[in-house]
Write a protein that binds this ligand. Structure first.
Ligand SMILES: Nc1ncnc2c1ncn2[C@@H]1O[C@H](COP(=O)(O)OP(=O)(O)OP(=O)(O)O)[C@@H](O)[C@H]1O
Length: 257
């Protein structure tokens, strides 16, 4: 679905990722894990085509990102940014409907299908009763769920999500993650997402990419990469795992007083 070929990411003189050769196949769900400032959002923006690589290439379905016409690219990948600012008084429904524009061709107005899809996605995120509200009046968690509804309404094969669990309460973290896992499993959607919660990431991911923040990286199937020794190294903090039924739980060693 999406791959990087000898990708280099750098900010100023700092190299964040070097020689990143990484393949993400259809239906896989990847978690990108690393410390603050390791380069996760920079990578995600590069995968979305919102910034140029500092070396190497990003390939979507084997074709360099820059060679994709914008409207076709918008039908292939959707991107959830880490933060957003709402300057205008759009309603929740208008916000989600605007995500359908790549399907309009020369048509200006949305049709009833767009409306049905938008309402279905708002319902999936349990915010359909907020459809008429001005987005600027929403709480942080409600706004995040509307943004995820807009992402889903784009109905793209590839979903790129920068910290989707941000601002969500516990129940919505679990339900949103469950929905994303189901999209991979049942609809063969491909997901690449950033998350700091190792337990949520482990519960949903099939694969993980770790970024060290100095150019080094490690990618592979979840259980090869999300190991206590490796994560302790990448996150610069000792981590233990315990088994709880079928689940692996990650526990950071507590700071001593
Ligand atoms: N426009 C910019 N100007 C200067 N430095 C930047 C810029 N954008 C990013 N950086 C720096 O590049 C590094 C990587 O940033 P990035 O947002 O990719 O990190 P991250 O892994 O997503 O971090 P977090 O977990 O905190 O969200 C950080 O040290 C950040 O301060």
């Amino acid at each position: 679905m999406i791959a990087t070929d000898n990708l280099r990411l750098a900010i100023g003189s700092r190299v964040l990722a070097e020689k990143l050769d990484w393949q993400v196949a259809d239906g896989e769900c990847w978690s990108v894990i690393g410390r603050n400032g390791a380069g996760k959002s920079t990578l995600m923006r590069t995968l979305a085509g919102l910034r140029e690589p500092d070396g190497g290439r990003v390939l979507l379905r084997g074709r360099a990102l820059g060679d994709w016409p914008l409207e076709a690219l918008a039908r292939e990948r959707a991107f959830l940014a880490q933060s957003r600012s709402d300057a205008f008084a759009y309603s929740v429904l208008e916000t989600v409907l605007s995500a359908r524009h790549p399907y309009h061709g020369k048509r200006y107005w949305e049709d009833s299908d767009d409306h049905t899809i938008a309402m279905r996605m708002l319902a999936a995120m349990e915010v359909e009763d907020l459809a008429a509200r001005d987005v600027r009046t929403l709480s942080g968690g409600e706004r995040q769920r509307v943004a995820i509804a807009a992402l889903l309404a784009q109905d793209t094969p590839l979903l790129l999500l920068d910290e989707p669990a941000n601002a969500l309460d516990l129940a919505h973290q679990v339900s949103v993650m469950g929905l994303l896992a189901k999209l991979c499993r049942e609809q063969r959607k491909t997901i690449v997402m950033i998350g700091h919660d190792l337990n949520l990431a482990h519960g949903i991911s099939t694969h993980a990419l770790l970024l060290m923040g100095d150019g080094r990286w490690l990618a592979g199937p979840r259980d090869d990469v999300m190991r206590a020794d490796i994560l302790s190294d990448y996150l610069h903090h000792p981590i233990e795992t315990v088994r709880h039924g079928a689940r692996t739980i990650f526990i950071p060693t507590e700071a001593t007083a």
